[in-house]
Design a binder for this molecule. Structure first.
Ligand code: BV8
Ligand code: ZN
Length: 300
């Protein structure tokens, strides 16, 4: 198809005004959500095909769920590790990484734990993973400091191997598996605690995914870095809010903080109704469509 048919309809005047502003912007924030990785085949949390569609976030992504049924929670994260390892960064990840390299005053705040921004070559010092990573593991024992990053072992222990008779990334397999995970009385193979990953240091605690669960604090080092970046005297010229329903706090709160420092807001989202709290002003932009198609266009 001709390129016109392929690229989303971005209103030319919006594109022009955005690109003019971007060219003269020095301090730029990007807040990333699951929609950025949708085109890489990873399901988002809400919306069609979303992970939370068939299970309630609090049913799995909380410390309580892990202490109640660590096997079930590990199955959920092992499955997401497997999907993320089999996914590839898409053009939006690459376009953002390139812009981050070019602009000194650039900072990306990502809610995504899928590892795709680092794999797209995003400069690490300009990427803050607000909610950790699927590929960090740490000890669940309160007193133990064991922490391991870049653990790409899949499955992390044999007992967490995904049934290989089907491709776990196909829609029906995702659906079947989601329903399994969601439907508590469908008995998944009971995972014995002894089969789950154990901390090599204290030998007491089970290892857990290095992600931030609901009710948990965001990593203090990350919050300090962001605080330092935000409290520089210069204004913030732009915040791009990409593929996020901006419902989870404190992550979503950074949009307001950026506005308070003078930032204009550019939302890139499939769904026109998903605007960050505080609405949009005529100085803002809303680019509707797939981030994987829009980002390379607007950042050109
Ligand atoms: C904390 C890691 C307290 C784990 C995640 C009531 C009101 C307000 C707040 C709260 C409340 N009750 C509780 C809270 C606090 C809670 C919270 O905000 N809850 C929400 C649900 C209301 N927050 C917390 O618990 C946080 N901690 O508050 O600590 C505290 C304080 C002091 C001392 C101790 C403790 C911790 C939150 C972190 C939770 N962890 N992830 C994991 O991944 O399993 S959250 C997880 O969900 C993601 O990281 C992300 O943040 C969120 C999902 O949001 P999105 O990424 O936006 O994805 P979603 O599917 O929602 O949206 C996708 C969007 O993309 C849509 O808009 C869609 O239209 C769009 N899209 C789809 N496809 C595309 C697209 N766009 C472009 N292109 C496409 N192709
Ligand atoms: Zn330990």
């Amino acid at each position: 198809a001709s390129t016109a048919a392929r690229t989303p309809l971005i209103p030319p005047k919006d594109l022009e005004s955005f690109q003019q502003h971007l060219a003269k912007s020095t301090r730029i924030l990007a807040l990333l959500g699951a929609g950025l990785s949708a085109s890489s085949g990873l399901p988002t949390f809400r919306g069609a095909g979303g992970l939370w569609r068939t299970h309630d976030a609090t049913a799995l992504a909380t410390p309580e769920a892990f202490s109640r049924d660590p096997g079930l929670v590990w199955q959920f994260y092992s499955y997401r590790r497997h999907m993320a390892l089999n996914a590839k960064p898409n053009p939006a990840h690459y376009a953002l990484a390139e812009l981050a390299r070019k602009k000194d005053g650039f900072m990306t705040l990502s809610q995504n734990v899928d590892g795709l921004s680092p794999r797209a070559g995003h400069p690490a010092e300009k990427l803050k993973l607000l909610h950790g990573s699927l590929f960090d593991v740490k000890c669940s024992d309160f007193f133990c400091q064991y922490f391991e990053s870049n653990n790409y072992t899949d499955p992390i222990v044999p007992a967490l191997a995904i049934p290989t008779e089907e491709d776990p990334t196909t829609t029906e397999a995702i659906k079947a598996r989601e329903l399994d995970i969601a439907d508590e009385n469908v008995s998944l193979p009971e995972l014995a605690i002894r089969d789950l990953p154990r901390c090599p240091t204290c030998k007491r605690g089970l290892l857990r995914p290095g992600v931030v669960w609901f009710g948990e604090m965001l990593p203090s080092g990350v919050l300090d870095d962001i605080d330092q970046w935000m409290s520089q005297p210069e204004k913030i010229d732009l915040i791009m809010v990409i593929g996020t329903s901006a419902k989870v706090y404190p992550a979503a709160g950074f949009v307001d903080s950026a506005r308070a420092k003078g930032a204009r807001v550019a939302v890139i989202n499939m769904d026109r109704s998903d605007k960050p709290m505080g609405g949009m002003s005529k100085n803002d932009w809303f680019f509707e469509g797939d981030a994987a198609q829009i980002m390379p266009e607007i950042l050109k």
